[in-house]
Ligand binder design. Structure first.
Ligand SMILES: NC(=O)c1ccc[n+]([C@@H]2O[C@H](COP(=O)([O-])OP(=O)(O)OC[C@H]3O[C@@H](n4cnc5c(N)ncnc54)[C@H](OP(=O)(O)O)[C@@H]3O)[C@@H](O)[C@H]2O)c1
Length: 355
């Protein structure tokens, strides 16, 4: 880092993307701890002006010059761009907070959720801190709080993932497909939605409008998807439980933003719903919204645009007094991504100011 005078310089690499756009909103809403905020994207976007902290800032193209003099660099870009440029930023003295999938399982890169393992951010041999995958982040804060009390031993999870998890291309694809199926009787006979959508499937393997798609990511061994493996591996790393038993099925649903998950969480000790509710009601970053008699449980339509992870449908497993069933919902572009990155960057900035 540079000399500890003034305020740290922040670079937002990928400022024009789905995550980058939310990041600029968050930077405008949070306490202003930054000196210069530099906005960086591909050469395609150089010269565009974006608003942050109430000012118009010109986007510059990613190159070595753009990264010089930067103290903290957030990377909100595709994996291959982060793989190439995050080490360059770190070599030039910045602490990198990377939002891509490039470094999450690197043993020399901490994977940080400030409510769960903030201490891990201080040990970063490569000068890089990784942000977990959005689906992991959409459930890990309440699970971390329950783990601290009961000791987690097993997770069985199904996700209901929003299309914005696949970036701007995901959002554009759902909107286009919705216009192709609007006002029709589609969804009543085999293949009719697929025929209407044609080749407009965007980043998804099947139509997502009027449909659910049991797939996210790329194919891994034995039929697992890369996103399912990420949730398993990242939960183990963040919670410091390398042998945690985890089974995940990822499903894409026609929701623009906010991932939901059903969670079966098994613990070392017997649990009670009352104690679990107390923990969830007081855990930082969690909202307990759980009154089915009053029709209260979290849904993406209510949760989108908010910061916390919302938890409802808290039940003790009927056949296992050590297990809880939960429905969890979180905005994949806020806590699931930009917010967690901003929180990590704020931890680094506090360290910077104190050093
Ligand atoms: N969407 C989510 O829910 C989510 C959640 C967590 C993490 N992430 C991760 O965050 C990253 C960004 O995702 P996103 O959804 O925001 O994607 P996106 O909407 O496609 O935006 C990608 C950003 O990267 C920039 N970029 C692309 N190629 C570049 C290059 N060669 N040099 C410099 N900048 C380049 C783009 O700039 P241009 O506009 O100039 O092309 C744009 O700003 C990805 O790694 C993604 O996996 C996404």
């Amino acid at each position: 880092m540079t000399a500890r005078t003034g305020r740290p310089t922040l670079a937002v690499v990928g400022a024009t993307g789905a995550v980058g756009s939310v990041m600029l909103q968050i930077l405008s809403q949070h306490a202003d701890i930054w000196g210069e905020i530099r906005l960086i994207a591909s050469p395609r976007s150089a010269g565009r002006k974006l608003s942050v902290r109430g000012e118009e800032v010109e986007v510059v193209a990613l190159d070595e010059q753009a990264l010089s003099g930067v103290d903290v660099a957030m990377f909100d870009v595709p994996d291959e761009v982060a793989l190439q440029w995050a080490p360059v930023a770190a070599a030039r003295g910045a602490v990198v907070v990377d939002n891509s999938g490039a470094f999450q399982m690197d043993p020399e890169v901490p994977l940080v959720v400030p409510e769960v393992n903030p201490h891990a951010a201080r040990v970063r041999p490569r000068g890089i801190i990784a942000n977990p995958h959005c689906t992991t982040l959409s459930m890990i804060v309440p699970l971390g709080a329950l783990h601290a009390e009961f000791g987690l031993s097993e997770l069985v999870v199904s996700s209901y993932q929003a299309v914005s998890g696949a970036g701007r291309a995901g959002i554009d694809t759902l909107r286009q497909q919705l216009s192709l199926v609007a006002g029709t009787e589609l969804g009543t006979s085999p293949g009719d939605v697929r025929r209407a959508v044609g080749d407009k499937t965007g980043p998804f393997p099947e139509p997502v409008a009027l449909n659910v798609v049991p797939w996210a990511g790329s194919l891994r061994e034995d039929g697992w998807s890369s996103e399912e493996m990420k949730i398993r591996d990242e939960s183990r790393k963040i919670l410091g439980l390398p042998r945690l038993r985890v089974a995940v099925t990822c499903v894409r649903v026609p929701v623009v933003t906010a991932h939901s998950l059903t969670v079966h969480a098994r613990f070392e000790d017997e649990v009670t719903v009352d104690r679990a509710r107390d923990i969830l009601a007081t855990a930082p970053g969690v909202v307990l919204f759980d009154d089915p008699a009053a029709g209260e449980f979290p849904t993406p339509a209510d949760v989108v645009g908010t910061d916390p992870t919302w938890v409802g449908r808290v039940r003790r497993c009927l056949d296992d007094p050590t297990a809880l069933e939960l429905f969890v919902c979180g905005d994949n572009l806020r806590k699931g991504s930009a917010l967690n990155t901003a929180q990590i960057a704020e931890l680094v900035a506090a360290e910077w100011a104190a050093s």
